[in-house]
Each structure stands twice: as structure tokens, then as C-alpha cells.
Ligand binder design. Structure first.
Ligand SMILES: [Zn+2]
Length: 233
């Protein structure tokens, strides 16, 4: 059994009638790889329409379509459903981590699941080939903070330092400010005619020294290189 199959086996006694929904926040394999294991017990898999396009495309490129289960419900701008006294919203606010990220709002519980639009104290992956935009990502987070965050909102992050993916509004503000500092750093370097290496090979951003790297891809250099490419277009 893989991890997802073990999860499904554990869920069956708690959800004998099956599970209404599985929501994919975006297409990356670490967020959709369990779809196939869940497919027999979930009624619908929901995602933003571009998420499905990317999910199919990268699976075809990786020749692993047979290992996938794709969403059967998609939306463009927003989608919602009501279960008992809970209302769930999914919104698309334009490109960020990819060009198909959904933010999920649990209205009554006051929980926001940001998928990989939220990295907690970890350098983010900015998936340029999948249409990501650090510049718009800042606007997406501004909108989430302005319209969907109160003092006691709980945020679920896609990845977090020390395996902690829960956070508060202040953690989202911190990440928004980190992205803003990263974009400013690249803009300033480009204005000063620095090379890509000079701009991206820096130890840390001032004020954000505590942010950690998970892998070479989830590193400050990786993030700055993606922003450099975005601003060079
Ligand atoms: Zn991702």
C-alpha cells in the first residue's frame, strides 16, 4: 500500500458512505498524486480549469497518465458547495505558484487552505513553465488577506518549516512581504545591470534570514531565478 492507500483505508470506517469531495489546489504531483487512491471513495474531484489542463499535460509528458485520477468538476473563477451548515468556496485569483491555483475557504470554520500559494518560512517554488507569476502572487495574497482573513482565521499552508503547515494571518503577511522583497531585490539588480548569477546567488534577503530551503528547487536561488526569468519576459 502507498501512503494515500493507507489514508483511504483509515478513512473508510469514518466515512462509510464515501467522501463527497476531493479538492486539488493545483496540479503538482505532491498534491494530486493521491487522487487515484482516493478515486474509489470520493464522489467528485474538483479543481480550477487550468489545474486540470496542467495535470493532464505534465502526466502525459512524464508518461504516467495511468497513475492519475483527474478532476471531474472544474471551475474558472469560483466554485462553492454547502454541506450541512458549512459553506466551502474555491476561488481563482490569477497566476501565483502556477496558473491554476485555487484558494479554499471554509466559511463557518474560518479556515483558509491556500495550497502552495502559501509557503510557511520555506523558500517557494515559482513554477514559471506552468504559468506562475511572483508579481501577481503578491496581489493574490493581498486579496486573500483583505477579503478573507480575520484575526482568528486559520491558514493551511502547502509546505512549512519543521513540517508545520498551520499558520495565522501574520504568517501569510510574512510570506507576502517575503515575495515582495524577492521581487524588489531582482528589480533592483536588473536596474543596476547585475548578471543573473549576481542577483540570484545571495545568502538571504534582509529581514527574511530565517526562511529555509527544502531542496535545491525550493531555495532562495531557485525563487530568485524564477522571478528573474519572469521579469525578463
Ligand atoms: Zn506545488
Amino acid at each position: 500500500m502507498n501512503t494515500a492507500e493507507i489514508c483511504v483505508a483509515g478513512l473508510k470506517p469514518r466515512a462509510p458512505k464515501g467522501i463527497e469531495l476531493l479538492i486539488n489546489t493545483h496540479h503538482h504531483g505532491d498534491h494530486t498524486g493521491g487522487n487515484k487512491a482516493f478515486r474509489p471513495v470520493v464522489k467528485h474531484i474538483v479543481c480550477q480549469e487550468q489545474c486540470l489542463v496542467w495535470h493532464k499535460k505534465v502526466s502525459e509528458q512524464a508518461n504516467n497518465v495511468a497513475d492519475q485520477a483527474f478532476a471531474d468538476v472544474t471551475f474558472g473563477g469560483s466554485w462553492s458547495a454547502t454541506f450541512g451548515d458549512e459553506k466551502i468556496w474555491a476561488h481563482y485569483f490569477g497566476p501565483g505558484h502556477t496558473s491554476g491555483d485555487a484558494v479554499i475557504f471554509f466559511e463557518r470554520a474560518n479556515i483558509v487552505h491556500g495550497g502552495d500559494l502559501l509557503f510557511r518560512r520555506v523558500h517557494p517554488r515559482i513554477d514559471g513553465p506552468a504559468g506562475a507569476s511572483a508579481v501577481n502572487w503578491i496581489k493574490v495574497l493581498d486579496r486573500v488577506l483583505k477579503d478573507h482573513a480575520s484575526a482568528d482565521t486559520m491558514f493551511v499552508f502547502g509546505h512549512g518549516a519543521e513540517n508545520n503547515v498551520k499558520g495565522a494571518k501574520a504568517d501569510v503577511v510574512f510570506f507576502r512581504d517575503y515575495l515582495t522583497a524577492a521581487v524588489d531585490h531582482v528589480r533592483k539588480g536588473r536596474s543596476a545591470h547585475q548578471s543573473k548569477d549576481e542577483i540570484t546567488k545571495v545568502a538571504s534577503l534582509k529581514g527574511f534570514e530565517s526562511v529555509v530551503a527544502f531542496t535545491p528547487r525550493l531555495s532562495l536561488e531557485g525563487a530568485l531565478a524564477s522571478i528573474y526569468d519572469e521579469l525578463s519576459k
